[in-house]
Design a protein around this ligand. Structure first.
Ligand code: SF4
Length: 370
């Protein structure tokens, strides 16, 4: 995606030479792909940085892992591997580069370091956090385990290394139902602790017979959507298909036409080619999916993740140029956290990204909130 760029860069100063004819020519195919998503005015600012970043990657044997919530000039312009948390976790392990730059938030960079301890992992802005990851600590999980002995602890990947180290097996929104059922079967119990996202836990509880014990963490982006918002959108765009992420409140899933992980939403659009869709998730996701779905009109109820938006082309360039900011994880914690992530990775990947059955999603199921 980001290959084919020579080095219009003066490495002595570290700065590109601006929007030169060479940069314009090098980045023209990419600009053609992003037309309608990025204006020519913006492109004249983005293109020199994109060219410089792609040249730096080659010079330093680095790759960029870009999450779906990155802006299009990052996602399509410099991302070598793009996708959701699960996809990026797998790619972090497979990547042969010496340096990984995580275009995402801090817990994702930690996950890359946990899976690739011999690689240098950089995050362009160390303050790129996550409301879910900061909702719970390793000490909290140790107390939970004391309260529920013998019950498997399933942890969403949106957590710190400390929390993963206390975990039996990790999950993402794409495989949470599968992981919870696997854990209950392996432990020989009918319950599982699924932390820290309360809404994901409530939505998973409606998809399985395993009883769910949940923690009251929230994604500050997805928790803002309500059933009233969905009703308003239906009134304004009655022919739009509404796709919701399972980190949204259960009432939002109940009111939607489809629910699934970011990968499942992306598949839905590429396979069904709806005339008009509304993605109930982080705003840049729609921008990135729209690049490859020209026949679909996207209505954008724009909720931006302030943490993801800390990552810019500028600080990705600086990360590569100055080798900053390196993410480290205590080796003893990393070893235990790796076991939890690896158990998830070793499970067979779903044939298609998991979808949430909306008939089941509309039935109330109790969860025990810690
Ligand atoms: S979108 Fe939500 S879950 Fe993802 S990083 Fe932002 S706050 Fe965390």
């Amino acid at each position: 995606m980001a290959d084919g760029f020579a080095a219009p860069v003066d490495f002595a100063t570290g700065f590109a030479h601006g929007f030169t004819p060479e940069v314009e020519a090098l980045t023209a195919p990419l600009f053609a792909k992003l037309q309608g998503k990025v204006t020519p005015f913006e492109w004249r600012m983005h293109a020199p940085l994109i060219a410089e970043i792609n040249a730096l990657k080659r010079a330093k044997n680095a790759v960029i892992l870009a999450h779906n919530y990155m802006t299009p000039e990052i996602f399509h312009g410099v991302g070598d591997y793009v996708g959701d948390s699960l996809g990026l976790a797998r790619e972090a392990q497979r990547a042969e580069a010496e340096i990984i730059v995580q275009a995402g938030v801090h817990f994702m960079a930690e996950t890359s370091k946990i899976l690739s301890p011999d690689k240098k992992v950089l995050i362009p802005d160390p303050l790129a956090g996550c409301s879910l990851a900061s909702s719970i600590t390793g000490a909290d999980v140790r107390l939970i385990k004391q309260r529920y002995p013998g019950v498997p602890v399933v942890t969403y990947v949106n957590t710190t290394a400390d929390v993963k180290a206390e975990t039996d097996i990790c999950c993402t929104s794409a495989n949470a139902v599968q992981v919870v059922e696997h854990a209950a079967r392996e432990w020989g119990v009918d319950r599982a602790i699924l932390i820290p996202d309360e809404f994901l836990a409530r939505n998973v509880a409606r998809q399985t017979d395993v009883r769910i014990i949940a923690w009251a963490g929230r994604c500050e982006v997805h928790e803002r959507f309500s059933a009233a918002d969905i009703a308003e959108m239906r009134q304004s765009w009655p022919d739009a298909e509404i796709l919701a992420h399972p980190e949204c409140p259960t009432e939002v899933l109940e009111a939607s036409d489809f629910a699934g992980s970011t990968a499942a939403m992306s598949d839905y659009v590429s396979q069904r080619k709806p005339k008009r869709v509304i993605l109930i998730t982080e705003c840049s996701m729609a921008d990135n999916v729209a690049v490859d779905a020209p026949e679909t009109e996207f209505v954008r109820p724009c909720n931006l993740c302030p943490h993801m938006k800390r990552i810019t082309l500028q600080n990705i360039r600086d990360a590569l140029l100055f080798d900053r900011f390196e993410v480290t994880v205590d080796p003893a914690i990393a070893e235990r956290a790796r076991a939890a992530v690896q158990r998830m990775i070793d499970m067979p990947p779903p044939v298609v990204p998991a979808r949430y059955d909306l008939v089941r999603a509309r039935h109330h199921v109790d969860v025990e909130l810690i």
